[in-house]
Design a protein around this ligand. Structure first.
Ligand SMILES: NCc1[nH]cc(CCC(=O)O)c1CC(=O)O
Length: 314
């Protein structure tokens, strides 16, 4: 069996793709692979902030074309960057074991961020949540690969800290840069964060059978529930929706938070159910957030999209 893999060229995408090749080879040593690198919208447009792209898949649109045209057979995604609606004919074929899903600070820690300190992040969720915890700091929008983002700490932009995902740092061998793991109950992470997802064609039975062998049922239940919630809210990964999924006596517990962009308003919901009802659990959490006014906050975040080239308030 020969599997063609579509991948971005960024160090993180390459590390993730190679990791998945290793997982598949451990179960099916005879499998051969070829890599088909591609530039996504996110690679071609290095200027816009992510939320300006709206809820389209800035990392996934070109990949889905590669899959549909059969140029490639599978694509490895950071699940948090994969929209909750896939292109017709494509499926989320497998979710392997999840890495640490937490967000982290690199540079200054929460306790020693001084008033006026600058914290770098390109995500509206991280922006809203750090403003909520530390109202007197300044958030500076940054994007780019993980390495260059770390290099901005204490550099020309005067950033005291940047917020990143622990999973990405670990996959790049850069976890030594983490100075504080943020408690996900206080600082919930993005839907799907820390998990990889492999997208394939829904009718490609041979490939789907191989991919099933690297699935982790717990990780799958977690991301199914988180993604069902995000889908019901109509939100994408860059909106201020955070989650923290845990297990209690074999049951899945979903804690979710919507934060206003200025950090002043916070709507939370905590629901639990069995793993088999992961999707229903996600929908229940979305409904609770809606009843508590969370959707109104998201709608006002959407309105701040509208083609502006600066963050609201930045
Ligand atoms: N949006 C970029 C992105 N996509 C996935 C990760 C990290 C790895 C993961 O969450 O699985 C990152 C970098 C970051 O947010 O720090």
């Amino acid at each position: 069996m020969h599997i063609k893999i579509g991948t971005r060229r960024s160090p993180l995408a390459m590390a993730q793709t190679n990791y998945i090749i290793g997982l598949i080879k451990a179960k099916h040593p005879e499998t051969e692979f070829s890599l088909h690198p591609i530039a996504t919208i996110a690679d071609k447009d290095r200027v816009s902030e992510f939320h300006q792209f709206g809820i389209i898949g800035v990392f996934s649109t070109e990949h889905e074309e590669q899959l549909v045209s059969r140029e490639v057979d599978i694509v490895v995604h950071s699940l948090k960057d994969l929209p909750t609606t896939l292109r017709e004919g494509l499926v989320l074929a497998a979710v392997p074991e999840r890495e640490d899903a937490r967000d982290v600070l690199c540079g200054a820690t929460l306790d020693n961020l001084k008033p006026g300190a600058k914290v770098g992040t390109g995500s509206l969720r991280r922006r809203a949540q750090i403003m909520s915890l530390c109202p007197d700091i300044e958030v500076v929008p940054i994007r780019g690969n993980v390495g260059p983002r770390l290099a901005k700490i204490d550099g020309e932009h005067g950033l005291s800290a940047v917020i990143l995902a622990q999973a990405g740092l670990q996959r790049l061998g850069l976890a030594g840069a983490t100075t504080e793991l943020l408690d996900p109950q206080l600082f919930p992470h993005a839907v799907g964060q820390g998990a990889l997802g492999i997208e394939a064609r829904g009718d490609d039975a041979d490939v789907l059978a191989i991919l099933k062998d690297i699935e982790d049922p717990k990780a799958r239940a977690e991301v199914d529930c988180e993604r069902a919630m995000l889908h019901a809210l109509g939100a994408g990964c860059s909106l201020p929706v955070g989650v923290c999924t845990s297990w209690k006596d074999g049951r899945l517990v979903l804690h979710a938070q919507i934060t206003s962009l200025d950090g002043r308003e916070r709507i939370v919901a905590t629901e639990e159910d069995t793993a088999e009802r992961a999707v229903e659990l996600g929908l229940a959490a979305a409904e609770t957030l809606r009843l508590r006014g969370g959707v109104a906050i998201l709608e006002s975040s959407y309105r701040s999209f509208g083609g502006h080239f600066k963050f609201l308030g930045a």
